[in-house]
Design a protein around this ligand. Structure first.
Ligand SMILES: *Cc1c(COP(=O)(O)O)cnc(C)c1O
Length: 445
């Protein structure tokens, strides 16, 4: 069977541009999306797709061992395998948060650990697709590309630099100076990207990179480039696959530029069209209160959308006031009656720490989703027997500095309800013994 995919206008569904073209928006300025020949894909039955994907999942046959490329027919069906740049992304743990779930009243709580990945965030899922396509264009000399560029809140740049370094492609990253974690800054430095730290915020970097990539020799790697969405949508398919093709009831996902929530819906919509699932989970997009333009639009009954000036937040990867993928996201959320929630700095910090006590190790963005989940439970919107998935977008280790500040009470304005600071003691038997016993008494309560 010959499968086909192309770009079309994401607002109207019209137009057709080849994936080998260097184009990010339609002539009207709308974002693009990748369309697939669904009729061709339907020639294989739903059962046939599930069987094929299960046969590849986390096996050894390159590139299909990757969670993204295992679904190649629905991602970039026609890229030659040898042009693919994969670091074995996807296939991440769907963590059964049994203890935490029981504690908060939803025993069927699962955390999709997208941060347990090569560069420590879900951005790897999209970047493998984008860099593979760039590699294909360069290798086959379809266009003259000298390098790839992105603006980033830290994780996009880490992923772009790693995939480009693996492929031998030059990369440039634009970062808001002082607004990303130390680990996130080290990643593009280590992978030899030209790393530009600019005295502005993410939205300022985003404006600049769009101007920079008007010169088509520099390829744009932000999620307004719809190739990334194709990789990220596979997380929707993978979650269902990990439940043996059962559909969860709720998904909580942190949102900043809103590419990921759009991707999640696209994945679900496409496998529903193929008959693999019959309904789409209720999705809650979760924002930090300091950067909440989508939440405000939702609260207005979708009457208006205003960009905001994004304030300081521990969830620095979603510190975005003017999300590029908002129209895609809003349309999908409205179509499926999705919801939007927000969390304050105190709420997200405590939610992370509380969940960490049950064996998780979450980043602040996952904390935004967990805090939002707690609000839904408190309002009685989730039934105790419902199955809930929280999409964890990055590895907690990338944000160790914030965890350390929380436990030692150094985050301004935050009272660390679950603080567990290190106990500093003289190296003496009695002192150590007493400290251990005091701790035991406290924890046995
Ligand atoms: C990029 C990112 C997000 C937000 O994803 P969007 O597609 O921009 O909404 C959330 N969490 C982390 C850790 C990220 O890196």
């Amino acid at each position: 069977m010959r499968y086909d995919a192309w770009f079309r206008d994401a607002d109207t569904g019209n137009g057709r541009w080849e994936l080998d073209e260097i184009i990010y928006r339609s002539p009207t300025g709308a974002l693009l999306e990748v369309a697939h020949d669904m009729e061709a894909l339907k020639h294989r039955s739903a059962a046939g797709w599930m069987k094929l994907w299960d046969s590849r999942y986390k096996r050894t046959q390159w590139p299909f061992s990757s969670g993204v490329w295992g679904k190649k027919e629905m991602v970039l069906p026609n890229i030659p395998d040898e042009d693919i740049v994969s670091l074995d992304e996807g296939g991440t743990n769907l963590f059964w948060a049994e203890r935490f779930g029981k504690e908060i009243g939803v025993p069927e709580l699962w955390v999709k650990q997208c941060g347990v990945s090569h560069t420590g965030s879900f951005k790897d899922l999209g970047m493998t697709v984008l860099v593979s396509q760039v590699n294909h264009i360069m290798k086959r000399k379809k266009h003259d590309i000298i390098g790839v560029a992105c603006a980033s809140t830290g994780d996009t740049s880490a992923a772009l630099s790693a995939y480009c370094a693996a492929a031998g492609i030059t990369s440039v990253v634009l970062l808001p100076r002082g607004k990303i974690s130390p680990t996130q800054l080290i990643q593009p430095l280590a992978n030899n990207s030209l790393t530009l730290a600019l005295d502005t915020d993410f939205d300022g970097c985003m404006d600049l990179v769009q101007q920079l990539t008007e010169d088509k020799k520099l390829y744009l790697a932000n999620s307004m480039n719809s190739l990334r969405v194709e990789g990220q949508k596979t997380v929707a398919i993978e979650i269902v696959q990990q439940f043996d093709w059962e559909i969860p009831d709720w998904i909580f996902i942190p949102g900043g530029n809103l590419g990921n929530v759009s991707a999640l819906y696209k994945g679900f919509e496409e496998i529903r069209e193929l008959g693999i699932i019959t309904r789409i989970p209720k999705i809650v997009c979760c924002q930090a209160e300091a950067a909440n333009p989508l939440y405000l639009a939702y609260k207005s009954g979708w009457k208006e959308f205003h960009a905001v000036l994004a304030g300081d937040t521990q969830a620095s990867a979603i510190r975005i006031g003017n999300p590029v993928s908002r129209s895609k996201a809003i349309k999908a959320i409205m179509r499926h009656d999705g919801k939007v929630e927000q969390a304050s700095e105190q709420e997200l910090a405590d939610a992370v720490a509380r969940a960490d006590r049950t064996g998780l190790f979450n980043c602040p963005h996952t904390g935004v989703a967990l805090a939002s989940l707690l609000k839904f439970i408190k309002r009685g919107e989730i039934k105790p027997n419902e199955r809930v998935v929280v999409v964890s977008t990055a590895h907690g280790l990338k944000f160790g500095n914030i965890k350390a500040d929380y436990h030692t009470g150094k985050i301004p304005g935050i009272t660390p309800t679950y603080a567990n600071p290190p106990v500093e003691l003289a190296p003496q038997r009695q002192a150590v013994y007493d400290a251990v016993m005091r701790h035991m008494e406290k924890s046995l309560g």
